[in-house]
Design a binder for this molecule. Structure first.
Ligand code: NAG
Ligand code: NAG
Ligand code: NAG
Length: 324
């Protein structure tokens, strides 16, 4: 969206969001929120920052490096991994590319924390997440695309925005596919987590970065509107002669979801101290005083994979799935 560049250039006086990139830390089958302690977990995830199968508590205090451009952010952000399924039945992992707005982080994801919307906090106090807070949005077993926070954009070029769909685009997308996850922003004010990682939050998201609806009395506390944008570079797979013979689209999530409805994102809060609260309290988030680090430093933060899967060849089954 061209206007995003424009806002950057003009440094609009009231900027009610922070947006930044986090490089990919690891791609492996671990999921400490949904399947804690399970090595490997059932399907592949990609993560940012301090990450292992059992992590819990105040991860901001425990982490030693971050892949994010804001150096006080040790939160974990993760999503499933996309595969291409060729006509001959084999799978290949789809690479990611960094958001054109944010420089050359390795792979990566764009993270947003919005107040009410891009321009305003809606005169509402935005309460930061707390140490130990975690939540998920979406579920790998969902069979309907009814959550307005979970969407796809077929990228005509790397700046395309809008035209969101609730399932994978049906035609080749010249510049790839953007997967979008908007998390719920209404909290019950009490629980840092809940058994399904969702009931402590309430979703009034309307999608496409529109203002979310008001919070209900059961979940009255307005938190930052968290969103992920992940850019998948599908261009190496856009030749329809290698797509399924019936013409259906060939991309699947790592848990073998061909519709795309089961897309999900997991979040574990880990900002140092009160950095995020201070940012949310500032009327203009563009002058938020958050500390930053260079792309080179962010890219240096890596961990050793603890699950040994072949990630980059042509695979006859998805990692974790039984061979057919
Ligand atoms: C996982 O990370 C936590 C800190 O977040 C640490 O206490 C624990 O020892 C780690 N476990 C493994 C298996 O590395
Ligand atoms: C399957 O198809 C892909 C894409 O055309 C190709 O690169 C790969 O070598 C094929 N694998 C086999 C086993 O035929
Ligand atoms: C996307 O993938 C294509 C084909 O592999 C590659 O030529 C191109 O540079 C990639 N684009 C980006 C933005 O990484």
């Amino acid at each position: 969206m061209k206007w995003l560049f424009l806002t950057l250039a003009l440094a609009a006086p009231s900027w009610a969001y922070i947006r930044f990139g986090c490089a990919t830390l690891s791609v492996q089958r671990l999921d400490p929120v949904v399947e804690p302690g399970s090595i490997p977990s059932a399907h592949l995830h990609q993560a940012r920052n301090a990450f292992n199968a059992t992590m819990s508590g105040d991860i901001g205090a425990k982490a030693t490096c971050t892949t994010c451009s804001f150096s006080e952010d040790f939160s974990n952000y993760w999503t499933a991994v996309m595969y291409f399924k060729a006509r001959n039945g084999t799978y290949k992992r789809v690479p990611q590319y960094p958001n054109a707005l944010l420089g050359s982080l390795t792979g990566g994801m764009t993270i947003y924390y919005l107040q009410q919307d891009f321009n305003s906090n809606g005169k509402t106090k935005i309460t930061s997440f707390k140490p130990g807070f975690r939540m998920t949005v979406g579920s790998p077993t969902t069979t309907s695309g009814s959550n307005p926070g979970l969407r796809y954009t077929c990228l005509k070029d790397i700046m395309t925005r809008g035209s969101e769909t609730n399932d994978f685009p049906k035609q080749p997308c010249p510049a790839g596919i953007m997967a979008i996850h908007h998390f719920p922003a209404c909290w019950d004010g009490k629980n840092l987590d809940s058994p399904n990682h969702q009931d402590h939050m309430y979703n009034t998201v309307k999608g496409a970065f529109q203002n979310a609806g008001p919070c209900p009395s059961s979940h009255p506390v307005r938190m930052p509107q968290l969103a992920f944008e992940t850019m998948w570079n599908t261009t190496a797979f856009n030749d329809k002669s290698i797509w399924p013979a019936d013409g259906s689209q060939p991309f699947v999530w790592s848990f073998d979801d061909r519709r795309g409805y089961g897309t999900h994102g997991d979040y574990m809060f880990g900002w140092k101290g009160d950095a995020l609260q201070k940012a949310m309290d500032s009327t203009s988030l563009v002058s938020n005083n958050l500390k930053t680090q260079s792309v080179a430093e962010a890219n240096k933060c890596t961990i050793k994979n603890t699950v040994n899967d072949d990630l980059d060849g042509w695979l006859d089954h998805l990692p974790g799935a039984m061979p057919m």
